[in-house]
Design a protein around this ligand. Structure first.
Ligand SMILES: Cc1ncc(COP(=O)(O)O)c(C=O)c1O
Length: 417
């Protein structure tokens, strides 16, 4: 018997779905050196430009000198450092929740939280465009697993009413990672409360980028701990460090300490990382200009790319109550086919611009795209370079604009069952 790995890999290449890793030889920032070439990048999640901020770097190195590098043990043995604990308290106060728990990664936070809360007698309902870590968490839990239509409150409500379960957990990205749109949180919270379900929001891409002081999507919609009992944030994106947290009631956090296996059975992150994150949390909260810059860059990019004929996602300008909604730093250019998306990425690379093509299975079939992301470290001159390069490409290769069947992510109801 053979595993036939080589032929499966070859098939993936034929379908233009093969992934490769490139060698980054510089720090994160708008201008990077990758595979030996200097490029202007619009694809990292370092939205606020804090990954290489001198104060964060200095906090990290000072803390490493003081407390060493290794976490040494798991949190429940003797790895739970005072720096981890101080970060958790500051994150609880930042999010307006009773308590918070620091996990090693967002993937582990999601797997840990969902699996500590749910078992076979339960129901988990997920937006069909949720991040893979949330989908995997739901599938692993053994609970009845259903997906509802993207950002569709009525689709969720129908499923909530249809099934009986001991516990019902509704799980959604806050800002969707590949589309950059906001979940309709007010409506989701309302139907959860009416149907005795808990709402879990993973705001990996919203913390730091939207809301007052970067408090994310729950702040945009003004939702309390009772309305969003499980709130997840990741620290490797706008915070510029690494790790993640779950915030909620004391009982929730105690339950995770007792039962979240991806928290319990792993070595604690370096205390220095927690110390650096405490500094990035302060910068994230105080430096409003970083969020203002993101709004300006995203707004100008959307207007000018559309004028050139590119397809951008429609985003809601306001919520149900008529309040203006912010743009997010994720502004994908929808292309459609994987091969076409790769060709556009290559054409940009020839112009010295790095944007990765995102292809299935990360996005739906015919939903390939260039995931353009902005950082507060990008200047207007950087954006000029991107727009000029796109204009040249459209002039010489108009076939690289999206074709008509492009899939923005929404599917029909039948696909959900
Ligand atoms: C919505 C969402 N949740 C969780 C994660 C995973 O977080 P981490 O990179 O910390 O594992 C990501 C992306 O990485 C994400 O986009």
């Amino acid at each position: 018997m053979s595993f036939e790995l080589a032929s499966a890999l070859e098939d993936r290449k034929q379908q233009h779905l093969y992934r490769t890793r490139r060698l980054l030889e510089s720090a994160q920032g708008p201008e990077v050196r990758i595979d030996g070439v200097d490029m202007l990048a619009f694809c990292s999640n370092d939205y606020l430009g804090l990954a290489n901020h001198p104060e964060v770097v200095s906090a990290f190195s000072q803390a490493a000198r003081q407390w060493g590098v290794g976490g040494g043990a798991s949190h429940l043995v003797n790895g739970h450092h005072a720096q981890h604990h101080a970060l958790e308290e500051e994150l609880a106060s930042f999010t307006g929740r009773e308590a918070a728990l620091f996990f090693s990664t967002g993937y582990m936070a999601n797997i840990g939280a969902v699996n500590a809360l749910l078992g076979r007698q339960d129901l988990v309902l997920e937006d069909r465009l949720n991040h893979a870590s949330l989908l995997d968490a739901g599938l692993l839990s053994g609970a009845r697993f259903q997906r509802y239509l993207h950002a569709d409150v009525r689709s969720l409500e129908g499923r909530l009413k249809k099934y009986d379960a001991r516990r019902k957990l509704v799980v959604t990205d806050g800002v969707f990672s590949m589309d950059g749109d906001l979940a309709p949180l007010a409506g989701l919270a309302r139907v959860c409360q009416a149907n005795d379900a808990w709402l879990m929001v993973d705001d990996a891409h919203g913390f730091g980028t939207v809301g007052r002081g970067g408090r994310g999507i729950v702040d945009v919609f003004g939702l309390s701990q009772a309305q969003v009992p499980v709130l997840v944030g990741t620290l490797g994106k706008a915070f510029g460090t690494a790790g993640a947290f779950v915030a909620g009631s004391r009982d929730l956090i105690e339950t995770l300490v007792q039962h979240a296996r991806s928290y319990i059975y792993t070595t604690a992150m370096p205390p220095a990382l927690a110390a650096a994150t405490r500094v990035s949390l302060r910068l994230l909260e105080q430096e409003e200009w970083r969020r203002e810059r993101l709004q300006q860059l995203a707004g100008r990019f959307r207007r000018e790319a559309r004028r050139m004929g590119f397809t951008l996602l429609d985003v809601a300008g306001e919520d149900e109550a008529g309040h203006a909604l912010p743009l997010t730093p994720i502004q994908p250019v929808l292309i459609g086919g994987a091969e076409q998306a790769l060709s556009l990425a290559k054409a940009l690379e020839r112009e010295g611009i790095l944007i990765t093509a995102i292809r299935p299975p990360t996005v739906p079939e015919n939903g390939s795209r260039l995931r353009v992301t902005f950082s507060a470290s990008h200047t207007e001159a950087h954006l000029d370079r991107l727009l000029d390069a796109l204009a040249r490409i459209v002039a010489t290769s108009p076939e690289l604009l999206a074709h008509s069947g492009v899939q923005s992510g929404c599917t029909t109801d039948e696909e959900q069952e």
